[in-house]
Design a protein around this ligand. Structure first.
Ligand code: ATP
Ligand code: AMO
Length: 466
């Protein structure tokens, strides 16, 4: 046999055929000196392999060799597919392989820093196992992240990063199909793009510089360059100084910027169509991945409407007021109020995905367009999944004098962004856009409780390795 069969393809149709598979030795169980069972994993699929001493085909040395393999070693197994008389526990495929040849491609160390069986169990399974008196080690988050390469091998983690790939791909494909151009803006910039304290400052060959807190300034400058509609998928740096379940110091931003004819609702329309299409596509094409995630971290599928609900900020705070939660009318919603509102919206409208718009100007960044009818409010919006923010967006100020005035009012040194402001002096279109955090979308779509689960190698205030 000189071609490999994926474990997923092993079924009764291959009975008595000789196959070659490559996979990870997930468990190794010797039975006496003449027999050993291996469970081989390949992607989400596992198959049981029997190495049994036979006069002409399998030597006792081969059984000994199989028994001596370490978990997580990578092996090639050649053997005959058989149908076992009793169902096989602990493997996804209901056939067994009678091993004829076994070759170790790469040997793992004898004791791994994480026991992958334990790392892949759900909280419910762990509780049951503990009650049954089983000795197991709860693998805590820091240990998982310290040994992330191993942790990422669990089915739930494989699922999370397939879903993540699907989200960014859905974002890109949808926008390309709507005439957006993909851009790549600089991440080393002279001034802060969002203001505030969360800026990584650095020395750029003797000049002060920052890591971009967003592609905000340059994506708008592309609109001034008459690119019409642009998007970017790229790293975003925020020097967050507190440790929360939803803030990272580096995350992946999905950003877009577009010309509008007259209203910021044109941008919200894109959010609506884009995200409904993305959620539909995830539910349709990522079933196996979502199942793998749910089996370790159980969650209910996201409830969303065909036409995404839009509420004004005023309507939102009125809903909170009606249940006794007082919000300062021109302040921002804190995390707790956002969660509460998410719950109220779900009860009233049956959706866990909605948009809140017309925020008070005072709580939005300097580049946000004030409302024409009442400048205490702004042409801006946030979008929520399960009561937590995934998107901020707005119409932007395209009038350079107003932009300067707003930047100064927000405490930004106008000199550091002068090339950005100048971009609006050469004829600037009406425009708007939004930014999404990729890790937050995946976390909240899958009902996960911590953004570190959806970041490949998370960067938070306490962690810069691995
Ligand atoms: P963004 O900063 O992108 O808008 P966000 O989720 O941080 O996203 P904010 O509007 O900044 O949204 O903050 C909303 C609430 O989240 C704040 O009122 C605060 O309660 C909480 N929060 C924001 N940033 C932090 C942080 N770094 N540490 C702890 N809590 C935070
Ligand atoms: P904002 O600062 O709200 O807006 O960021 C946009 C989205 O990025 C995500 N996000 C984060 N994710 C992980 N860790 C963080 N520390 C973090 N901070 C933000 C959230 C948030 O909704 N320039 C504007 C966007 C725009 O108006 O186009 C901006 O950056 O999902």
């Amino acid at each position: 046999v000189d071609d490999w069969t994926p474990v997923e393809a092993l079924g009764v149709a291959l009975e008595n055929k000789t196959v070659l598979i490559r996979g990870t030795a997930q468990t190794i169980r010797p039975v006496g000196k003449k027999m050993a069972f291996l469970v081989i994993r390949d992607d989400y699929f596992t198959v049981q392999c029997l190495v049994q001493a036979q006069p002409d085909t399998v030597s006792p040395q081969m059984v000994k060799f199989a028994a001596s393999l370490n978990r997580e070693s990578i092996v090639d197994v050649e053997g005959v597919v058989t149908i076992p008389t009793a169902p096989i526990k602990g493997a996804t495929q209901q056939v067994e392989i009678q091993v004829r040849k076994l070759h170790c491609i790469s040997r793992a160390m004898p004791t791994l820093p994480i026991n992958l069986d334990d790392a892949a169990r759900s909280e419910i399974e762990i509780e049951k196992a503990i009650q049954a008196g089983e000795q197991l080690v709860r693998v805590n988050q820091d240990t998982r992240l310290n040994f992330r390469v191993l942790d990422l091998r669990t089915p739930a983690n494989q699922g999370i990063f397939s879903v993540q790939s699907h989200v960014s791909n859905a974002f890109r494909q949808f926008l390309l199909s709507e005439g957006f151009r993909e851009i790549h803006t600089p991440k080393l910039i002279a001034g802060s793009s969002e203001g505030g304290a969360s800026v990584f400052r650095l020395d750029y060959k003797g000049q002060p510089a920052c890591l971009a807190q967003s592609p905000q300034l340059h994506k708008q400058m592309c609109i001034c360059a008459r690119f019409g509609r642009v998007f970017e998928i790229g790293p975003v740096f925020r020097a967050e100084d507190s440790y929360t379940h939803r803030h990272l110091c580096e995350f992946t931003g999905l950003d877009l910027e577009m010309e509008i004819k007259k209203h910021y609702f044109e941008v919200m329309d894109v959010v609506d169509r884009l995200f409904v299409a993305m959620f539909d596509s995830l539910n349709q094409h990522c079933k196996k991945d979502l199942e793998a995630i749910g089996s370790q971290y159980p969650f209910e599928p996201l409830k969303y409407l065909r036409n995404t609900l839009r509420l004004t900020y005023e309507e939102g705070i009125q809903m909170l007021k009606d249940v006794g939660v007082e919000i300062e009318p021109f302040g921002d919603l804190n995390t707790e109020a956002e969660r509460k509102l998410g719950q109220l919206v779900l009860e009233k409208y049956g959706t866990e995905f909605y948009m809140l718009h017309r925020y008070p100007l005072a709580v939005r960044p300097f580049y946000t367009m004030p409302c024409y009818d009442n400048p205490a409010y702004s042409n801006s919006f946030d979008v929520f999944i399960r009561g937590e923010e995934i998107i901020s967006g707005a119409q932007r100020v395209h009038v350079p004098e107003l932009l300067e005035q707003r930047a100064a009012a927000c405490g930004i040194d106008v000199k550091t962004i002068s090339t950005y402001i100048d971009a609006f002096r050469y004829g600037a279109p009406l425009h708007g856009g939004f930014g999404v955090g990729l890790e937050r979308v995946v976390m909240l779509f899958c009902g996960l409780n911590n953004i570190r689960k959806t970041s490949l190698f998370p960067r938070d205030p306490l962690r810069i390795a691995p």
